[in-house]
Ligand binder design. Structure first.
Ligand SMILES: [Zn+2]
Length: 149
């Protein structure tokens, strides 16, 4: 809250904060829903829109701009580094017994991200690692998408 005041904004009431959160435009839940249902406009969509066909192709490497391409295979500078930073963030110290190695994200993993449960053993879910992983991977994917759209 102090940061908002430092920026010259009024301190919001608790009621206003909840209302703003509820109606926030920053919702990657919506974005994930669109990803799961192939509703994000990328190459295949633009390819059939008269006058916008050039949007179907990546302006950096000229490949068809699919979600896989944007998030995981484009050669644009910085894409790989963003995922490397995400991995480093995920691996910041966790309690030793909570630590799990990084799972390389993919579009398929993103589609099932909400249902993901990382496990220490077959019977034991690791809630801390799971929540950290879900947050970092979803935000990183959304960031890469937003940088291009
Ligand atoms: Zn590309």
């Amino acid at each position: 809250m102090d940061t908002l005041e430092e920026l010259g904004l009024l301190r919001p009431t608790e009621q206003k904060m909840w209302k703003d959160l509820k109606y926030s435009k920053i919702s990657i839940g919506d974005w994930l829903w669109k990803l799961i249902h192939n509703r994000l406009r990328s190459g295949a969509y633009w390819k059939i829109v008269p006058g916008y066909e050039e949007r179907a192709y990546c302006e950096y490497c000229q490949n068809l701009e699919t979600m896989d391409h944007i998030l995981f295979s484009c050669t644009i500078e910085g894409r790989e580094q963003i995922w490397e930073m995400a991995e480093k963030l995920y691996e910041l110290p966790m309690k030793a017994n909570k630590r799990l190695s990084w799972t390389v994200p993919s579009k398929a993993l993103l589609r099932g991200l909400c249902s993901l449960k990382l496990r220490n053993t077959i019977e034991k879910n690791n809630k801390q690692a799971t929540e950290r992983y879900k947050l970092i991977v979803s935000e990183t994917a959304w960031l890469l998408w937003k940088c291009r759209n």
